[in-house]
Design a protein. Structure first.
Ligand code: XIL
Length: 373
């Protein structure tokens, strides 16, 4: 057995309590207490997402974990149109301002997500009144004012922005959303120009899922080239990274990182987690089924170890690309917070993150930390 493999088994065995009194215990606990952000400080920043539960009256243990392990914060839903701009002319700045104040007082780098998306947005945005859709000029004006109002307000406080989120389908075609249908395909360019006009220094990111799929990856490479040709500002690509135990093939992820880096932009892994539940069949709408929710009571050790191995393999790939990657954000802290408990099927018990429901670091956490010991 090689040294890496032995180290991995020891780290996960310790975290499962399998060899509780083994000589490595002190090493493992000091490793954990150093914090992931410090362990990876020469490689890339490590981030997580937070919501109002952390900003307003946080549980002490959770706050301690976030401060120890993560250096960059993203908000999970606060900047989404439906929350921050629920109706025309009405802005809800309370939580966003709180996020910025919290970041400042605890010394976090802040990432904003997202300025423009077609999901979690009120339908009223696209209409002048019921049954009367806005025309191109009016919708474009609204897009520009939404993007620039937010980017301008948080200039200097939010370091990077997902300017446009999820504009492409897996086959590389544009998502048929209201922005495309009314403004046209250059809505993506216009959003980036508006963001740059409002904030000359923030890192501007195009963010999407499944970017390891070759058709989608190549379309985003083409987008970067279009941007460069037309002098539209773009600094980085955000690869979301909602992965599972057996998808995707990590060599495809590696190829995508290389492809974006070759175009001269930076890469962020923006929304990582490792789903451990069975995937629903692709036919029809997924509905709840007990057979698709096998770990309601607890996560069996064998699956926990498989997940640790998967996180470890993933981080090995990321470390290989450390010169191209600026940030790796895990999409949540403890398993109970993960959106994967409700997606793509509502009401399951998933275990996708690095900390369990009692705020204890999981084997996955130790496997990642062990890479930097
Ligand atoms: C998810 C949030 O985590 C959930 O709380 C919310 O209900 C739905 O959106 N891609 C994205 C994120 O860019 O904004 C999504 O976040 C997950 C998929």
């Amino acid at each position: 057995m090689n040294l890496q493999r032995r180290k991995f088994i020891k780290a996960v065995a310790l975290s499962l309590g399998v060899i509780a009194c083994a000589p490595g215990l002190a090493i493992a606990s000091s490793r954990a207490s150093k914090g992931l952000k410090n362990l990876f400080s020469n490689d890339f920043e490590i981030g997580t997402v937070v919501g109002p539960e952390l900003l307003i009256n946080p549980k002490k243990e959770l706050l301690e974990i976030v401060k120890r392990d993560f250096g960059v914060l993203t908000t999970e839903n606060i900047f989404k149109w439906e929350n921050i701009h629920p109706t025309d002319g009405h802005w809800n700045w309370v939580y966003a301002d709180e996020f910025v104040a919290f970041g400042k007082s605890h010394d976090f780098v802040l990432h904003g997500h997202p300025l423009l998306w077609h999901s979690q947005i009120p339908v009223g945005v696209f209409h002048e009144r019921k049954d009367k859709p806005l025309n191109r000029n009016a919708l474009l004006a609204k897009l520009e004012s939404h993007v620039s109002t937010i980017a301008d307000r948080y200039k200097g406080a939010i370091t990077s922005w997902d300017v446009v989120n999820e504009a492409f389908e897996d086959d590389g075609s544009l998502v048929q959303n209201r922005w495309l249908q009314t403004v046209g395909p250059d809505y993506i360019h216009l959003a980036f120009r508006a963001a740059r006009a409002a904030d000359s220094r923030a890192t501007l990111i195009y963010n999407d899922y499944n970017l390891w799929k070759p058709e989608k990856r190549d379309r985003v490479v083409q987008l970067i080239r279009e941007f460069k040709a037309k002098q539209v500002p773009i600094d980085a690509i955000g690869i979301q990274g909602h992965i599972g135990l057996d998808y995707p093939d990590l060599s495809h992820l590696s190829a995508a990182i290389s492809a974006f880096a070759r175009e001269g932009v930076r890469v962020h892994l923006s929304e990582l987690e490792v789903d451990v539940l069975p995937s629903p069949s692709r036919d029809g709408l997924p509905s709840y089924d007990l057979a698709l929710d096998p770990y309601r009571e607890n996560l069996p050790d064998s699956v926990s170890l498989a997940q640790a191995k998967r996180y470890e393999e993933l981080f090995k790939v990321l470390l290989k690309h450390r010169d191209s990657i600026d940030r790796v954000t895990i999409w949540g802290v403890t398993d109970d917070q993960s959106w994967k408990n409700d997606f793509p099927i509502e009401g399951r018990t998933n275990h996708a993150l690095l900390f369990d429901r009692d705020q204890r670091p999981k084997p996955a956490y130790h496997a990642i930390a062990a890479l930097k010991s």
